[in-house]
Structures are given as C-alpha cells and as structure tokens.
Design a protein around this ligand. Structure first.
Ligand SMILES: Nc1nc2c(c(=O)[nH]1)N[C@H]1C(S)=C(S)[C@@H](COP(=O)(O)O)O[C@H]1N2
Ligand SMILES: [Mo]
Length: 469
C-alpha cells in the first residue's frame, strides 16, 4: 500500500521532471529529518534524538505533501498580506474597547483586572470615528478570513513534522504557534458568531473575545519577530511580477530547501497567480457582501452575510433596528402622554414632557449610529442638545451623565463623558429624517452623540443624571 503510494509519487515526479527522488530510500526522503547523525539538536540532545527516532506512522513526512505551490514564497505572500491587515484589526479592536468608556466600567468585558488598557476620553470628532474603527475591525476581520485559511493551508504539512522539535527553544516556538493558530481561529469564530447574534457559546462573548485577543496578540508579535527575516528572504526569492505572468503549465515547485516544498510534486492544478487570485477574489467577495452594511445606499442590500443588512421601519424610519420595542418590552403606556423625562443631578429633579422638550431650542445634526456588530447608518436627527438639558437641570458643566432607559435590559443605560454631553451636536433626539422617532428607534426620545458607540445611543430614555464628578 505504502510502496504503491511511493511508486506513484515517483512516477508523477518524473512526469514533472524535477526534483527527481533518488532510487534508494525514497520513504526516508519524505521525512522531515534526514536519517543521519548530522542533524543538530539542542539541549538535551539525547532526548530530542530519541524522540526523533520514534516517529509515529504518518508523521514526519512533511515533504510528501504534493502540491507544487507550497513553499516559503507563497506562504510569505499570504503572511505579508496578514501582516498588513492584522495590526489594523488588532488596533481598532483595542480602540473599540476604549470607545466603550472603561472608566465608567461599561466597556465589555467589565472586569478584566490587570489586562485593562490605559483609558482616555474617546473623542467626539470626527463624528464618523467609531464608524471607522468598528467598521475596519469587523470588515477587515471578515475579509481576512480567506487569507487566514490560505495561509494555514500553505503550512499545513508542518503540523505533521517529526520530531515535533529539536530544542527547547523550538518547542516553545511551536507551542506559540498553537496559540497563534488557535487564537486567530477563536477570534474569528467568536467574532462571526457575535455579528450573527448567535450566542451559542456558554460563555461571555466579550470576555472570550478580549482574553482571546491578548493571547493571540502575544503569539502574533512573537511570530512576527521570529519569522520576519525568513519572510523577507522568501519574498525576495521569487518575483511577484513574474509569478503573476506564469501559467499553470509553467508552474514549478519553489527551488529552495524547505519543509514546505514537496519532494515528489504533483502536477499543478492551479498556478500561483490562480491561487492568489482565488484567495484575493474570496476576500473581495466577502468585502462586497459586507461593506454595504456600513457604506449604505444600494450596497446595503448586498450585505447578504449579515442579518442586519435588512432594514426595519417605514419611510424616514426605515433603517436598521438593533432591538425592537417589542423585544425590549416597551409598551405604548410607557411612551404615551404619561411619559416624562427626568433630569437629575441639579438642586432638584426636573421633569419634562415631550411637548416641553419640543418647545425647547431644537438642533439638527447628521450623525451615524455605528453598532459594535459592524453595521452603521447615518441619519438626520433633531432634538434638544444634551448641554441645554444639563443647563436646564442646573449642572451646566457636568463631568459625566448617566442616561437610563425605560428598557431595563443590559443596553438600557449608558454613562457619557463630559465631551459627549457638551458637544454641540450631542442630542437627545426626538425626530429623525423630518418625522417623529418610531417606537423601534426609541420614541419618545433617544441619545445621539457624534462618534459614540451605537450601544450607548440609548433609546426610550427615561432619565439623565448629570454628574459634577
Ligand atoms: N434602551 C436601549 N437602547 C439601545 C439598545 C437597547 O437594546 N436598548 N440597543 C443599542 C444598540 S446596541 C444600538 S447599535 C443602537 C441601535 O439603534 P437603532 O435600533 O435605532 O438602529 O441602539 C442602542 N440603544
Ligand atoms: Mo449595537
């Protein structure tokens, strides 16, 4: 059985003409380790050598994988693309955490102990800042999936290397690969499930995604430090321009000594440019099916991969609803004529009904709602400035403001920073696109603040407490 496999490998390699395995000891030639004693082992050498000699069946034959495309150059192409994308995904992810206001213990996860980041007040300008950081995080995170899969495909033989390592340093490096690969797959899986609203896991998404991110970041940084010189060398070993002109018929294995390069390559079923095109096309397809959720307009209907590519509402209120009034158990009684807005924090509470709010100075602003799940939608809002409400409450220069909703669910309250209350476009919105807010969009009143994460744009506001500290 095995002999037959070896024979067919030899035949196909002869058909391919290079490299030609020697007639003797073919089986050993596929092994990662040459059989001789010339292999270098680190401390304790005797141990590593003994491990190397006890090769379990099926392992250690990395070079028996037959795709002629596998090699350090192709792996490095995918690696370089990821090296460009991942820092953006990581940085925007960490920025999103800060945007949530960890100083008020309202960033998710709430309590990360020593793993928290230095806080700063999230700016309100430009108003599309959170739309950009969140859109990049979710969008690039999705677009990179085909590249991640291609990169893993390109190095999969290494998974079967034997001995698993030849020194303690190499063992640590390989363990870090476990965290690297496990980390990225975990972050992708939890991220995708979250934007699909699919909380099938029995743990907190936020905690898992955050802790997983740090595990991944650590492994990623060490991987880059270790592999960067190798990657640069590999990228220089072939010309991308030439590769993009090479047809399938002319596709040959890389001519370098590497675990990844097959000894007995099969004929190419796709050229390198074809493989790069396939992965690039896959990434582009994901981009097209995703970007609409934040670009909007006619592209929104292309966001097929995302459940909130759909819109809910009528006329001017026809844009995404995150949580409907029904889901939040908001009743007509809560929001009817008996509704009052209570302003707290001043000498005495102030109560306003909707007619009184409409009689105050109205301000209009075109601002996005940008949800952590990646979608965003820009609308024309109008209502009362939060700073006018602060003044009406008797706290003209608040340090923060706690907004509470009739909705007592987990997104039913949010604390705003001083700059988020005092920004001239920071609103308690009463109307959108020239008409009253619909119940689903937060009637009678909701918060809309430039660059504020969507989750803090509280709907069905009941009270605002302006705090002097
Ligand atoms: N009271 C309340 N306000 C809320 C929410 C909620 O669940 N309850 N969801 C928030 C989230 S996560 C987002 S993204 C925005 C979405 O606003 P929209 O449904 O009007 O599009 O509302 C925010 N305001
Ligand atoms: Mo959201």
């Amino acid at each position: 059985m095995q002999a037959a496999a070896v024979r067919s490998l030899c035949l196909s390699s002869m058909a391919n003409s290079s490299p030609r395995p020697s007639s003797s000891r073919e089986v050993d030639r596929f092994a990662t380790e040459p059989p001789g004693e010339d292999v270098e082992y680190g401390f304790p050498a005797a141990f590593w050598r003994a491990v190397g000699k006890r090769r379990p069946p099926g392992l250690g034959r990395t070079r028996a994988w037959r795709s002629p495309l596998r090699g350090p150059w192709l792996t490095s192409i995918f690696g370089a693309v990821l090296l460009a994308m991942l820092p953006v995904v990581i940085l925007t992810g960490l920025l999103d955490y800060i945007a949530y206001g960890p100083q008020f213990r309202q960033a998710f996860p709430v309590d990360v102990g020593w793993m928290h980041l230095p806080f700063f007040d999230w700016p309100t300008r430009p108003s599309w800042l959170f739309r950009l950081t969140e859109g990049l995080h979710v969008g690039l995170g999705l677009v990179m999936i085909p590249v991640v899969l291609a990169k893993l495909w390109s190095v999969v033989p290494k998974l079967f290397a034997w001995p698993p390592s030849r020194s303690i340093a190499q063992l640590l490096e390989r363990l870090s690969l476990l965290l690297l690969v496990g980390g990225i797959l975990f972050e992708i899986a939890t991220g995708v499930l979250n934007i699909q609203y699919d909380y099938i896991f029995g743990f907190s998404f936020y905690r898992a995604h955050y802790v997983g991110a740090w595990v991944f970041i650590g492994a990623f940084v060490s991987h880059v430090v270790i592999k960067l010189p190798k990657m640069v060398r590999a990228l220089r070993s072939r010309s991308l321009r030439v590769e993009l002109r090479t047809t399938r018929a002319d596709t040959r294995p890389e001519v370098v000594d590497s675990d990844l390069v097959p000894i007995a390559p099969a004929p190419a079923t796709i050229s390198r440019r074809g493989a790069i095109g396939l992965v690039g096309g896959g990434a582009l397809l994901v981009a097209v099916l995703t970007a609409g959720q934040t670009i909007g307009g006619f592209t929104r209907s292309w966001a097929l991969l995302l459940p909130r590519g759909r819109s809910y509402g009528d006329g001017p209120n026809d844009f995404q609803v995150n949580k409907t009034a029904v889901a939040a158990q908001i009743t007509a009684r809560d929001t009817g004529p008996a509704w009052r807005l209570t302003l707290l924090g001043g000498p005495r509470p102030v109560q306003l009904d909707r007619t009184q709010l409409r009689a105050m100075r109205q301000h209009a602003a075109t601002l996005p709602i940008a949800c952590v799940e990646g979608w965003s939608a820009t609308q024309d809002w109008s209502g009362v400035r939060l700073r006018d409400l602060a003044a009406a409450a008797g706290v003209p220069a608040p340090e923060s403001a706690m907004v509470e909703s009739i909705d007592t669910g987990s997104f039913g309250r949010a604390t705003l920073q001083a700059n988020q209350v005092l920004d001239p476009d920071a609103l308690l919105a009463l109307r959108v696109n020239g008409t009253d807010l619909s119940l689903d969009h937060g009637f009678p009143a909701r918060v809309i603040v430039p660059a504020l994460p969507g989750v803090h744009c509280t709907k069905w506001v009941r009270s605002i407490e302006f705090r002097s500290r």
